[in-house]
Design a protein. Structure first.
Length: 316
């Protein structure tokens, strides 16, 4: 009984906030988190109640959903909001508040314009069906911008309106919306509001000029598109790399040059054991000189393109 009374008080607070204020912050969510499992459970149960035509339980559960929906930890997809808004509208309809029901239906149809009630959910030709369908044309109205104003989000945050990322200060009028201010990195919801139409909280609005100045860090449009001369700056590592390449080539040449001496010693040797030893030494020197030569090429290549930011498929 106490829980039912608390739920009713929350619903009254939401309705009063929508009617008497441009925006109502859902501060009652402190300590409460509406999880995806909670949402799935309530939506599934509401659908079953609708099929059974249990109006009393629909009113109760739809009221709980309306009070809990803003208390998400992260924004749900728009389709979840569309389904939730339909059932919230049903709750108001069965309480006799046709006007509020129509407003929630408009937002639901805005998010899911192709939705149709199932034959076992709402009977065609019924008053409920007609009220819902009457909102379809109005739900397609274009969002209305707040004239001369732009959204100004706190550092590191973004806006979500009914589960959709919001970048401009505009929303469809004559219907409720749930506005979230969430972390840009992990989408954790920091603050939440129920707003009427495009009545955004004033603290998140700024004049267009102020917003543009903040975004452009004071640069004018002419400055943004001005042609600038970029001077080439020689990287500090370029000269050492080129010098190292030349030095490596010199060492490689010296090692290879020494093989001429070992080659002569090979032909002067008289016994087989000496020849085998000299052959092994000579082959090792040749391989070493080739390896040093390849390293010299790599270092030289790095020195040539160090200021071109290339993608090099190997490391030296």
């Amino acid at each position: 009984m106490m829980k039912t009374i608390q739920t009713a008080m929350m619903i009254g607070t939401l309705g009063l906030g929508l009617l008497s204020s441009s925006s109502a912050e859902a501060s009652f969510c402190e300590g409460q988190v509406f999880t995806p499992r909670d949402a799935a459970g309530k939506l599934t149960m509401l659908n079953a109640l609708l099929v059974r035509k249990d109006e009393t339980q629909i009113k109760r559960l739809a009221g709980e959903l309306e009070a809990s929906l803003p208390c998400m930890k992260t924004p749900a997809p728009p389709q979840v909001f569309a389904q939730a808004y339909r059932y919230i509208g049903l709750g108001h309809y069965y309480r006799g508040d046709m006007s509020t029901a129509a407003r929630w239906f408009r937002t639901a149809l805005e998010l899911s314009p192709n939705h149709k009630w199932g034959v076992n959910e709402v009977e065609m030709g019924s008053e409920l069906y007609k009220l819902y369908e009457d909102q379809r044309s109005e739900s397609a109205n274009e969002p209305v911008p707040v004239e001369g104003m732009a959204l100004r989000s706190p550092e590191g945050t973004v806006f979500y309106l009914d589960g959709r990322l919001l970048r401009e200060a505009k929303a469809t009028p004559d219907r409720p919306h749930i506005l979230f201010i969430a972390s840009e990195t992990d989408r954790h919801i920091i603050s939440r509001f129920i707003i009427d139409g495009n009545q955004f909280p004033q603290q998140f609005l700024a004049t267009d000029q102020v917003a543009k100045k903040k975004k452009g860090k004071g640069a004018s449009e002419e400055d943004m598109f001005a042609v600038q001369t970029v001077k080439r700056v020689r990287p500090k590592s370029k000269t050492p790399l080129l010098a190292s390449s030349l030095a490596t080539f010199a060492i490689a040449g010296g090692v290879y040059g020494y093989t001429f001496s070992t080659n002569a010693q090979f032909y002067e040797a008289r016994d087989l054991a000496t020849k085998d030893s000299i052959r092994a030494t000579n082959n090792a020197l040749v391989i070493t000189s080739v390896a040093l030569g390849v390293a010299g090429i790599g270092v030289g290549y790095a020195g040539v393109i160090v200021d071109a930011n290339p993608v090099i498929p190997w490391q030296f």
